[in-house]
Design a binder for this molecule. Structure first.
Ligand SMILES: [Zn+2]
Length: 87
């Protein structure tokens, strides 16, 4: 698992390597009111793309990879990835 996030300011699909974050242009406008979708994250373990919410981006709730083949479970701490448990 990569330990640091790489924040993209432009959507460049080829650059969505594991651990890359792209903040949505409409961040905060989609999803649940109190915890809206905020960014697209490429799983730091396997690179699967998934939407993360504002609370996940803020490190309040953990991120769990959406892939069946990956058990990544981690918090985002600023721009670092902190695994909840070793794989
Ligand atoms: Zn994963």
């Amino acid at each position: 698992m990569v330990a640091e996030l790489n924040i993209l300011t432009e959507w460049i699909p080829e650059q969505m390597q594991p651990g890359t974050v792209f903040v949505l242009e409409n961040a905060g406008e989609v999803g649940k009111g109190e915890d809206p979708y905020w960014a697209v994250l490429a799983c730091p373990e396997c690179g699967t793309l998934g939407l993360i919410t504002r609370r996940q981006m803020a490190g309040i709730t953990p991120v769990i990879c959406g892939s069946d083949k990956c058990s990544a479970h981690f918090f985002i701490r600023d721009e670092d990835v902190q695994a909840c448990k070793p794989n």
